[in-house]
Design a protein around this ligand. Structure first.
Ligand SMILES: [Zn+2]
Length: 107
């Protein structure tokens, strides 16, 4: 499947299918936007062209201006879920001291 969208970068050097009246067919992309500004490498003329139109005219990229941004950084790897450190067993509650029932000797 061909990519429907051509990525263009400022600084790209392209060769177009149709040559400029000056005879040159190599252009440098200088402006990006709804219209793309390209400069003829042969005569130096600056032309604004519809992006879609330009994309159709590109025959080849001779040089890329900016490399596409690097792939998204990988998310930090999470530690594999290993055996969890055992929670220190809470000390058993101390047995309540039993109240000694002391039978009072009756006077
Ligand atoms: Zn030209």
């Amino acid at each position: 499947m061909p990519a429907p969208y051509v990525k263009l970068y400022v600084g790209d050097v392209i060769r177009t299918r149709k040559a400029h009246p000056c005879g040159g067919d190599v252009w440098v992309i200088e402006r990006l936007g709804a219209d793309v500004g390209i400069r003829c490498r042969t005569c130096g003329r600056f032309v604004l062209m519809d992006r879609i139109k330009l994309e159709r005219r590109i025959r080849a990229f001779l040089q890329r201006g900016n490399e596409p941004p690097p792939a998204e950084p990988e998310p930090p790897k999470e530690e594999p879920p290993g055996p969890r450190p055992r929670k220190a067993a809470s000390p058993a509650p101390e047995p309540r001291p039993r109240r000694r029932i002391v039978k009072r000797a009756r006077p």
